[in-house]
Design a protein around this ligand. Sequence first.
Ligand SMILES: Cc1cc2nc3c(=O)[nH]c(=O)nc-3n(C[C@H](O)[C@H](O)[C@H](O)COP(=O)(O)OP(=O)(O)OC[C@H]3O[C@@H](n4cnc5c(N)ncnc54)[C@H](O)[C@@H]3O)c2cc1C
Length: 424
Amino acid sequence: MAMSNLDSPTVLIVGAGPAGLFAACELLRHGVKPRIVERRAAPHQEARGTVLQPAVLEHLERAGLIEPFLRSGVRIKRLQLLGPGLREILSDDFTEAGGAYPFQCSLPQWRTETILREHLQRLGLEIEFGTEVKSIEDRLDGLRVTLEAGARSETVTMAYVLGAGGGHSVTRHSMQEHLGGETYDGRYWVADAKVSLLCPSECARLVVGPAGFVLLAPLPDDRRLIFVNRDETDTRPELPSAAELGALLDARAGVEVGLSDLGWVSPFRMHKRVVERLSDRRRFLLGDAAHLSSPLGGEGLNAALMDAADIAWKLSLVMRGAAKPSLLDSYAIERGLADRHVLEVSDEVHATVMGLVATYADGRVPDVPAGDPAENAAARRKRLMLDVSYAGARSSAKPAPPPESPRPANAFRSATNCAAPITI
Ligand SMILES: Cc1cc2nc3c(=O)[nH]c(=O)nc-3n(C[C@H](O)[C@H](O)[C@H](O)COP(=O)(O)OP(=O)(O)OC[C@H]3O[C@@H](n4cnc5c(N)ncnc54)[C@H](O)[C@@H]3O)c2cc1C
């Protein structure tokens, strides 16, 4: 396929996190060469968002990227929800979801970004590290973008900007959009470490009790992504020592978790926020720039990758003259619906976990009924983001078939108030 804009790209991607990197991969696959800038001087080495959901694995397969992800990640085939003393409340078997990838693929976010960067390098696209977008102005002749790289300043005019700059997005600010919604109560630590507590293989464990919860999710090299709530009185800015974090995990789990080899720990707050408008036809917001959801849903990073895949095929068809510019309107409509669904489902999971904690804190034992098998299956598909269909979408009726038809969303077995699949 002939590559558009080889000499002078007219699409600028702001940010080389997962959303920006995957958007670049997908644009190149569809024949458009973008420019991608990243304000960090070099890649980070943080675990952050680790779980890739089955629906996203299907996207990665279409992108020709599934092999390195499956090689680098570990498979999570089951989630165990446990009470104090590791008493099982429920166990959810992902393999029953069916599909091409009936499991979550888990790997640190730095590794996900490395795979995407290596792919871009093979395709000959340079990521401009140490380059920050300072401002974006909407002019009659295009988007006037000011960039800074050290002492050097540059102004360029772009036809399109993909705003993938994360929570503090210059693109979003330039559109005068804000991330409306709420920040959940509580403060959390997210960490990457080893634990001596034996866990069933290919199984993530979420332990809840009267003082909070701890999530232990498998990572490669026998490590765990750890997510735990801090004590309410703990608002200090310093990071915890390994001994302090280990003691917190033991207290939350009610057994000795045995933390060791702490590689990374970061404070974290959880949000439920989304913009009103994902695009104005020239600027498109992707990933955390557009929405923030509770990581207990495990969907934020996945929604970012889905946003990227969606805008890439639409923009490439328009830029190659194979579709009318009005196709771009469907990005905000379709991804807007899907991203709101992500927020709802993550919120259900969040509320379920916090509800269990509150029940234990009241001295009661939660009653989680076995549930109806069909409802359980629907809730599982939500959790694995397999419940969004684009069958009714205006964009799926265009003359040339889209290179992919994505699907998102997620919650616990007991969270069934939104179990109906969403059709966009
Ligand atoms: C500490 C931490 C812990 C997390 N833990 C979890 C977790 O446990 N589970 C989970 O699901 N999710 C977690 N997340 C969220 C997850 O990392 C995000 O959902 C995901 O990274 C979204 O990808 P993104 O590409 O949209 O944004 P980001 O990953 O934030 O990438 C944005 C990139 O844009 C760059 N950038 C920003 N502004 C500019 C500019 N003006 N010019 C150039 N470059 C710019 C930034 O430097 C950054 O590299 C965590 C995030 C953080 C920060």
